[in-house]
Design a protein around this ligand. Sequence first.
Ligand code: GLA
Length: 356
Amino acid sequence: MITVRSPGRVNVIGEHTDYALGYVMPIAIQLGTTFTAEPSLDGKTCIFSEVMNEELCFGDELVKEGKWIDYVKGVYRAIRLRGLRYIHLTGRLSGDLPINSGLSSSASLEMAIAVAQNEVARLGLDRLGMAKLGMDAENNFLGIPSGILDQFAIVMGREGKAVFTDTETLSYEYVPVPGDVEFLVFHTGIRRAVAGTEYSERVSVVRSALKALGISSSKYAREDQLSKLTELQRKRLGYVIRENSRVVAVRDALKAGEVSAAGRLLTEAHWDLAKNYEVSVPELDFFVEFATSHGAYGARLTGAGFGGAAIALVDKGKGEQLGRAAEQEYVKRFPHRPQHWVVVPSEGARVVSVQH
Ligand code: GLA
Protein backbone atom coordinates (compact mmCIF):
# COMPACT_ATOMS: atom_id res chain seq x y z
CA MET A 1 0.00 0.00 0.00
CA ILE A 2 1.40 3.35 -1.04
CA THR A 3 0.28 6.87 -0.15
CA VAL A 4 1.26 9.80 -2.35
CA ARG A 5 0.60 13.48 -1.80
CA SER A 6 0.59 15.72 -4.86
CA PRO A 7 -0.03 19.46 -4.48
CA GLY A 8 -1.82 21.96 -6.68
CA ARG A 9 0.05 24.94 -8.07
CA VAL A 10 -0.23 28.67 -8.43
CA ASN A 11 1.80 30.49 -11.04
CA VAL A 12 3.24 33.65 -9.48
CA ILE A 13 4.37 35.13 -12.80
CA GLY A 14 5.24 33.93 -16.32
CA GLU A 15 1.84 33.33 -17.92
CA HIS A 16 1.46 31.92 -21.42
CA THR A 17 5.23 31.72 -21.71
CA ASP A 18 5.84 28.00 -21.15
CA TYR A 19 4.71 26.81 -24.58
CA ALA A 20 6.92 29.57 -26.01
CA LEU A 21 9.82 28.09 -24.01
CA GLY A 22 10.21 31.20 -21.89
CA TYR A 23 10.41 31.76 -18.12
CA VAL A 24 7.85 30.86 -15.45
CA MET A 25 7.87 31.14 -11.66
CA PRO A 26 5.22 29.00 -9.94
CA ILE A 27 4.79 27.68 -6.41
CA ALA A 28 3.35 24.35 -5.30
CA ILE A 29 0.66 24.96 -2.68
CA GLN A 30 -0.44 23.27 0.53
CA LEU A 31 -3.74 22.10 -1.00
CA GLY A 32 -3.36 18.82 -2.83
CA THR A 33 -4.43 15.39 -3.96
CA THR A 34 -3.88 12.32 -1.80
CA PHE A 35 -3.64 9.00 -3.59
CA THR A 36 -3.56 5.67 -1.78
CA ALA A 37 -3.15 2.53 -3.84
CA GLU A 38 -2.01 -1.04 -3.96
CA PRO A 39 -1.18 -3.34 -6.86
CA SER A 40 -4.31 -5.02 -8.24
CA LEU A 41 -4.32 -8.66 -9.19
CA ASP A 42 -6.87 -8.66 -12.00
CA GLY A 43 -5.13 -6.74 -14.80
CA LYS A 44 -7.24 -3.64 -14.24
CA THR A 45 -6.78 -0.27 -12.61
CA CYS A 46 -9.78 0.83 -10.54
CA ILE A 47 -9.76 4.22 -8.85
CA PHE A 48 -12.38 5.69 -6.59
CA SER A 49 -12.51 9.48 -6.53
CA GLU A 50 -14.04 10.92 -3.36
CA VAL A 51 -14.81 14.27 -4.94
CA MET A 52 -16.49 12.73 -7.99
CA ASN A 53 -17.99 10.01 -5.81
CA GLU A 54 -17.39 7.39 -8.46
CA GLU A 55 -15.12 4.49 -9.22
CA LEU A 56 -13.76 4.05 -12.74
CA CYS A 57 -11.82 1.06 -14.06
CA PHE A 58 -9.78 0.28 -17.15
CA GLY A 59 -7.48 -2.40 -18.50
CA ASP A 60 -4.68 -2.09 -21.05
CA GLU A 61 -6.70 -0.58 -23.89
CA LEU A 62 -6.12 3.05 -22.69
CA VAL A 63 -8.74 4.84 -24.78
CA LYS A 64 -10.04 8.32 -23.98
CA GLU A 65 -13.45 8.45 -22.27
CA GLY A 66 -13.90 12.16 -21.74
CA LYS A 67 -13.78 11.64 -17.95
CA TRP A 68 -11.34 12.39 -15.13
CA ILE A 69 -9.84 8.90 -15.44
CA ASP A 70 -8.31 10.02 -18.77
CA TYR A 71 -5.57 11.80 -16.82
CA VAL A 72 -4.62 8.47 -15.28
CA LYS A 73 -4.77 6.67 -18.60
CA GLY A 74 -2.71 9.41 -20.27
CA VAL A 75 0.09 8.91 -17.74
CA TYR A 76 -0.04 5.13 -18.19
CA ARG A 77 0.19 5.59 -21.94
CA ALA A 78 3.17 7.93 -21.59
CA ILE A 79 4.88 5.30 -19.42
CA ARG A 80 4.23 2.65 -22.06
CA LEU A 81 5.51 4.86 -24.88
CA ARG A 82 8.82 5.12 -23.06
CA GLY A 83 9.17 1.34 -23.17
CA LEU A 84 8.48 1.11 -19.42
CA ARG A 85 5.78 -0.90 -17.66
CA TYR A 86 3.12 0.40 -15.31
CA ILE A 87 1.52 -1.81 -12.69
CA HIS A 88 -2.26 -1.91 -12.41
CA LEU A 89 -3.51 -0.41 -9.17
CA THR A 90 -6.58 -0.30 -6.97
CA GLY A 91 -6.63 3.16 -5.52
CA ARG A 92 -8.49 6.01 -3.90
CA LEU A 93 -8.24 9.73 -4.55
CA SER A 94 -8.99 12.23 -1.83
CA GLY A 95 -7.53 15.49 -0.58
CA ASP A 96 -8.39 19.14 -0.30
CA LEU A 97 -7.54 20.53 -3.73
CA PRO A 98 -10.65 22.03 -5.32
CA ILE A 99 -11.16 20.79 -8.87
CA ASN A 100 -11.75 23.05 -11.89
CA SER A 101 -10.58 26.04 -9.90
CA GLY A 102 -7.41 27.12 -11.63
CA LEU A 103 -5.18 25.31 -9.14
CA SER A 104 -4.21 22.57 -11.59
CA SER A 105 -6.09 19.67 -10.09
CA SER A 106 -5.58 17.71 -13.33
CA ALA A 107 -1.79 18.03 -13.29
CA SER A 108 -1.90 17.25 -9.57
CA LEU A 109 -3.71 14.01 -10.37
CA GLU A 110 -1.26 13.18 -13.15
CA MET A 111 1.70 13.69 -10.84
CA ALA A 112 0.06 11.63 -8.07
CA ILE A 113 -0.17 8.75 -10.54
CA ALA A 114 3.35 9.31 -11.90
CA VAL A 115 4.89 9.33 -8.41
CA ALA A 116 2.92 6.22 -7.40
CA GLN A 117 3.91 4.31 -10.54
CA ASN A 118 7.52 5.44 -10.24
CA GLU A 119 7.62 3.85 -6.79
CA VAL A 120 5.48 0.75 -7.31
CA ALA A 121 6.64 -0.16 -10.83
CA ARG A 122 10.21 1.03 -10.17
CA LEU A 123 10.31 3.19 -13.29
CA GLY A 124 13.53 4.89 -12.18
CA LEU A 125 12.40 8.34 -13.33
CA ASP A 126 13.66 11.54 -11.77
CA ARG A 127 11.34 14.47 -11.01
CA LEU A 128 11.70 15.99 -14.44
CA GLY A 129 10.97 12.60 -16.01
CA MET A 130 7.73 12.43 -14.04
CA ALA A 131 6.75 15.97 -15.05
CA LYS A 132 7.31 15.02 -18.68
CA LEU A 133 4.97 12.03 -18.34
CA GLY A 134 2.20 14.45 -17.41
CA MET A 135 2.95 16.91 -20.19
CA ASP A 136 3.02 14.02 -22.64
CA ALA A 137 -0.37 12.86 -21.35
CA GLU A 138 -1.81 16.36 -21.89
CA ASN A 139 -0.27 16.94 -25.33
CA ASN A 140 -0.60 13.51 -26.89
CA PHE A 141 -3.52 11.86 -25.14
CA LEU A 142 -5.82 14.65 -23.98
CA GLY A 143 -4.99 16.86 -26.95
CA ILE A 144 -4.13 20.04 -25.00
CA PRO A 145 -0.95 21.72 -26.31
CA SER A 146 0.07 22.98 -22.86
CA GLY A 147 3.61 23.61 -21.70
CA ILE A 148 5.32 22.04 -18.70
CA LEU A 149 4.46 24.74 -16.13
CA ASP A 150 1.88 22.84 -14.09
CA GLN A 151 3.59 19.47 -13.81
CA PHE A 152 6.99 21.04 -13.22
CA ALA A 153 5.66 23.22 -10.40
CA ILE A 154 3.95 20.24 -8.81
CA VAL A 155 7.00 17.94 -8.75
CA MET A 156 9.62 20.61 -7.99
CA GLY A 157 7.74 22.69 -5.40
CA ARG A 158 9.44 23.46 -2.13
CA GLU A 159 8.28 24.94 1.14
CA GLY A 160 8.80 28.70 1.23
CA LYS A 161 10.13 28.85 -2.32
CA ALA A 162 8.98 29.79 -5.80
CA VAL A 163 10.56 27.86 -8.67
CA PHE A 164 12.09 30.18 -11.26
CA THR A 165 12.27 28.00 -14.36
CA ASP A 166 13.67 28.30 -17.85
CA THR A 167 11.23 26.12 -19.76
CA GLU A 168 13.66 25.73 -22.66
CA THR A 169 16.59 24.24 -20.75
CA LEU A 170 14.46 23.19 -17.76
CA SER A 171 17.09 24.59 -15.45
CA TYR A 172 15.56 26.11 -12.33
CA GLU A 173 16.35 28.06 -9.22
CA TYR A 174 14.55 28.19 -5.88
CA VAL A 175 13.62 31.74 -4.96
CA PRO A 176 12.69 32.43 -1.34
CA VAL A 177 9.24 33.97 -0.92
CA PRO A 178 9.52 36.43 1.99
CA GLY A 179 7.92 34.94 5.10
CA ASP A 180 5.84 38.05 5.80
CA VAL A 181 3.65 37.71 2.69
CA GLU A 182 1.07 35.22 1.40
CA PHE A 183 -0.95 34.66 -1.74
CA LEU A 184 -4.70 34.98 -1.89
CA VAL A 185 -6.27 32.93 -4.68
CA PHE A 186 -9.66 34.16 -5.85
CA HIS A 187 -11.71 31.89 -8.07
CA THR A 188 -14.25 33.67 -10.27
CA GLY A 189 -16.61 30.71 -10.28
CA ILE A 190 -16.32 30.65 -14.07
CA ARG A 191 -15.24 27.21 -15.20
CA ARG A 192 -12.96 27.69 -18.12
CA ALA A 193 -15.32 26.16 -20.64
CA VAL A 194 -14.02 27.89 -23.75
CA ALA A 195 -10.45 27.68 -22.59
CA GLY A 196 -9.62 24.68 -24.77
CA THR A 197 -10.01 26.27 -28.18
CA GLU A 198 -8.90 29.76 -27.16
CA TYR A 199 -5.82 28.33 -25.45
CA SER A 200 -4.84 26.30 -28.51
CA GLU A 201 -5.27 29.37 -30.68
CA ARG A 202 -2.86 31.41 -28.50
CA VAL A 203 -0.33 28.56 -28.64
CA SER A 204 -0.44 28.36 -32.40
CA VAL A 205 -0.14 32.13 -32.96
CA VAL A 206 2.88 32.43 -30.67
CA ARG A 207 4.55 29.36 -32.08
CA SER A 208 4.02 30.59 -35.63
CA ALA A 209 5.57 33.93 -34.64
CA LEU A 210 8.64 32.18 -33.25
CA LYS A 211 8.88 30.09 -36.37
CA ALA A 212 8.72 33.17 -38.57
CA LEU A 213 11.65 34.60 -36.61
CA GLY A 214 13.54 31.32 -36.87
CA ILE A 215 13.86 30.81 -33.11
CA SER A 216 12.59 28.09 -30.81
CA SER A 217 12.43 30.01 -27.54
CA SER A 218 10.79 33.37 -26.85
CA LYS A 219 13.85 34.19 -24.71
CA TYR A 220 15.70 34.99 -27.94
CA ALA A 221 12.98 37.23 -29.35
CA ARG A 222 13.54 40.98 -29.28
CA GLU A 223 11.04 43.80 -29.62
CA ASP A 224 12.83 45.19 -32.68
CA GLN A 225 12.21 41.95 -34.60
CA LEU A 226 8.46 42.23 -34.21
CA SER A 227 8.00 44.37 -37.32
CA LYS A 228 8.56 41.22 -39.41
CA LEU A 229 5.38 39.66 -38.03
CA THR A 230 1.66 39.97 -38.64
CA GLU A 231 -0.22 42.36 -36.39
CA LEU A 232 -1.68 39.58 -34.28
CA GLN A 233 1.66 37.77 -33.92
CA ARG A 234 3.25 41.08 -32.93
CA LYS A 235 0.69 41.72 -30.26
CA ARG A 236 0.94 38.24 -28.77
CA LEU A 237 4.69 37.76 -28.94
CA GLY A 238 5.26 41.33 -27.76
CA TYR A 239 3.42 40.39 -24.57
CA VAL A 240 5.49 37.19 -24.17
CA ILE A 241 8.77 39.12 -24.53
CA ARG A 242 7.72 41.60 -21.82
CA GLU A 243 6.45 38.80 -19.59
CA ASN A 244 9.76 36.96 -19.78
CA SER A 245 11.56 40.07 -18.52
CA ARG A 246 9.00 40.49 -15.76
CA VAL A 247 9.63 36.94 -14.52
CA VAL A 248 13.33 37.76 -14.16
CA ALA A 249 12.49 41.09 -12.51
CA VAL A 250 10.07 39.50 -10.00
CA ARG A 251 12.66 36.84 -9.16
CA ASP A 252 15.22 39.56 -8.45
CA ALA A 253 12.74 41.64 -6.47
CA LEU A 254 11.80 38.68 -4.25
CA LYS A 255 15.43 37.81 -3.70
CA ALA A 256 16.05 41.38 -2.59
CA GLY A 257 12.96 41.29 -0.35
CA GLU A 258 11.38 44.07 -2.43
CA VAL A 259 7.78 42.94 -2.13
CA SER A 260 6.25 46.20 -3.37
CA ALA A 261 8.28 46.08 -6.57
CA ALA A 262 7.30 42.44 -7.11
CA GLY A 263 3.66 43.31 -6.56
CA ARG A 264 3.73 46.16 -9.07
CA LEU A 265 5.12 43.79 -11.69
CA LEU A 266 2.32 41.29 -11.04
CA THR A 267 -0.30 43.95 -11.63
CA GLU A 268 1.49 45.21 -14.73
CA ALA A 269 1.53 41.61 -16.02
CA HIS A 270 -2.22 41.34 -15.53
CA TRP A 271 -3.06 44.38 -17.61
CA ASP A 272 -0.63 43.35 -20.32
CA LEU A 273 -2.31 39.92 -20.39
CA ALA A 274 -5.72 41.54 -20.51
CA LYS A 275 -4.91 44.08 -23.19
CA ASN A 276 -2.45 42.33 -25.45
CA TYR A 277 -2.98 38.63 -24.82
CA GLU A 278 -6.74 38.99 -24.44
CA VAL A 279 -7.24 36.15 -21.99
CA SER A 280 -8.85 38.09 -19.15
CA VAL A 281 -12.55 38.61 -18.43
CA PRO A 282 -14.31 41.44 -16.50
CA GLU A 283 -14.57 39.18 -13.42
CA LEU A 284 -10.78 38.75 -13.22
CA ASP A 285 -10.22 42.45 -13.90
CA PHE A 286 -12.64 43.30 -11.11
CA PHE A 287 -10.62 41.23 -8.62
CA VAL A 288 -7.31 42.77 -9.68
CA GLU A 289 -8.75 46.26 -9.26
CA PHE A 290 -10.37 45.41 -5.96
CA ALA A 291 -7.29 43.73 -4.50
CA THR A 292 -4.87 46.45 -5.56
CA SER A 293 -7.11 49.18 -4.19
CA HIS A 294 -7.55 47.29 -0.89
CA GLY A 295 -3.99 46.84 0.23
CA ALA A 296 -2.55 44.07 -1.97
CA TYR A 297 1.00 44.63 -3.28
CA GLY A 298 -0.17 43.34 -6.65
CA ALA A 299 -2.64 41.03 -8.32
CA ARG A 300 -3.05 39.16 -11.58
CA LEU A 301 -4.93 36.36 -13.24
CA THR A 302 -3.12 33.04 -12.88
CA GLY A 303 -3.20 30.03 -15.17
CA ALA A 304 -4.70 30.16 -18.64
CA GLY A 305 -7.31 32.88 -17.96
CA PHE A 306 -10.77 32.99 -19.63
CA GLY A 307 -12.32 32.77 -16.19
CA GLY A 308 -10.60 30.59 -13.61
CA ALA A 309 -8.58 32.27 -10.86
CA ALA A 310 -6.52 35.31 -9.96
CA ILE A 311 -3.98 35.86 -7.19
CA ALA A 312 -3.08 38.74 -4.94
CA LEU A 313 0.20 39.18 -3.08
CA VAL A 314 -0.60 40.42 0.42
CA ASP A 315 0.89 40.79 3.90
CA LYS A 316 0.74 37.60 5.93
CA GLY A 317 -2.58 37.35 7.73
CA LYS A 318 -4.37 39.74 5.36
CA GLY A 319 -5.43 37.30 2.64
CA GLU A 320 -8.50 35.83 4.28
CA GLN A 321 -10.07 39.19 5.03
CA LEU A 322 -9.36 40.53 1.55
CA GLY A 323 -10.81 37.36 0.02
CA ARG A 324 -14.03 37.77 1.98
CA ALA A 325 -14.35 41.46 1.15
CA ALA A 326 -13.73 40.77 -2.56
CA GLU A 327 -16.38 38.03 -2.58
CA GLN A 328 -18.96 40.31 -0.98
CA GLU A 329 -18.45 42.95 -3.64
CA TYR A 330 -18.15 40.41 -6.45
CA VAL A 331 -21.51 38.75 -5.89
CA LYS A 332 -23.23 42.12 -6.15
CA ARG A 333 -21.92 42.49 -9.69
CA PHE A 334 -21.58 39.03 -11.18
CA PRO A 335 -23.90 36.01 -11.28
CA HIS A 336 -21.20 33.49 -10.26
CA ARG A 337 -20.21 31.85 -7.02
CA PRO A 338 -16.66 32.88 -6.16
CA GLN A 339 -14.31 31.08 -3.78
CA HIS A 340 -10.99 31.98 -2.22
CA TRP A 341 -8.03 30.33 -0.51
CA VAL A 342 -4.88 31.62 1.11
CA VAL A 343 -1.91 29.61 -0.13
CA VAL A 344 1.75 29.34 0.77
CA PRO A 345 4.68 27.77 -1.14
CA SER A 346 4.77 24.09 -0.25
CA GLU A 347 6.49 20.78 -0.94
CA GLY A 348 6.19 19.07 -4.30
CA ALA A 349 4.64 15.67 -5.06
CA ARG A 350 6.07 12.86 -2.94
CA VAL A 351 5.59 9.40 -1.51
CA VAL A 352 4.26 9.82 2.00
CA SER A 353 4.34 6.17 3.08
CA VAL A 354 4.84 2.67 1.74
CA GLN A 355 3.63 -0.45 3.56
CA HIS A 356 4.69 -3.89 2.40
C1 GLA B 1 -2.38 26.43 -18.41
C2 GLA B 1 -1.39 25.42 -19.03
C3 GLA B 1 0.05 25.81 -18.72
C4 GLA B 1 0.31 27.27 -19.08
C5 GLA B 1 -0.77 28.18 -18.51
C6 GLA B 1 -0.63 29.61 -18.97
O1 GLA B 1 -2.34 26.36 -17.02
O2 GLA B 1 -1.65 24.13 -18.54
O3 GLA B 1 0.94 24.94 -19.40
O4 GLA B 1 0.45 27.44 -20.47
O5 GLA B 1 -2.07 27.73 -18.86
O6 GLA B 1 0.54 30.16 -18.45
